[in-house]
Design a protein around this ligand. Sequence first.
Ligand code: GTP
Ligand code: MG
Length: 205
Amino acid sequence: MLMMETHFMQIKTAEFVTSASEVDESPDWAHPEVAFIGRSNVGKSSIINMLTGRHGLAKVSSTPGKTRLLNYFLINQQWGLVDLPGYGFAKASRADKERFNELVGDYLMTRAQLRHLFVLIDSRHSPQKIDMEFLSRLVDTDIAFSLAFTKTDKLNEKKSRANVREFLIAQSEVTGVEPATVMTSAKTRQGRNELLGMARKAMEL
Ligand code: GTP
Ligand code: MG
């Protein structure tokens, strides 16, 4: 068991495969996938780079709304990572917002390869309405998910823990479930092994 976990943490190959503007353009592979979603700028692309140890793999930007397509990465020729467009990108036009919601919605509802969704939450903030709205819709599906709190390096541990506690209370009122959680930082690599362990378990690899 320990051997397998160690092996899984080792990312031997991580390749960008394709960007899809429609779910139909997604890779037609048999590999299981995990996907990353969350508010625009929460750190989805950064966490993918941190997990894979490949800095420029997913495009990171300080300007929200960088990732607008479904971006597929193949890891160890064995499993997929999917970088999804962020929700709540304030500057997007209404038509763009609807298009992204539809793209993400289609992916979540139809992609048979999806085994687990990591919902990223910024650990610096108190609970945000937009995250609650997303989670309240997500629990109406049968998609397995966990919460990954991001950017823990930006705040002292006491404050980020307090935000997380507050978030978990608020989310349980909305969702009625208690998902697994992980604290992460793309900068210090906090949470890397834990998150990869959760992904491995979810994909039964
Ligand atoms: P969109 O694609 O626009 O939805 O954003 P995203 O969720 O992919 O966020 P991205 O990874 O592009 O990161 C947004 C900004 O936050 C960038 O400036 C990153 O460098 C920064 N950032 C992301 N994660 C961390 C982290 O763990 N620590 C610190 N200090 N900065 C981070
Ligand atoms: Mg991104």
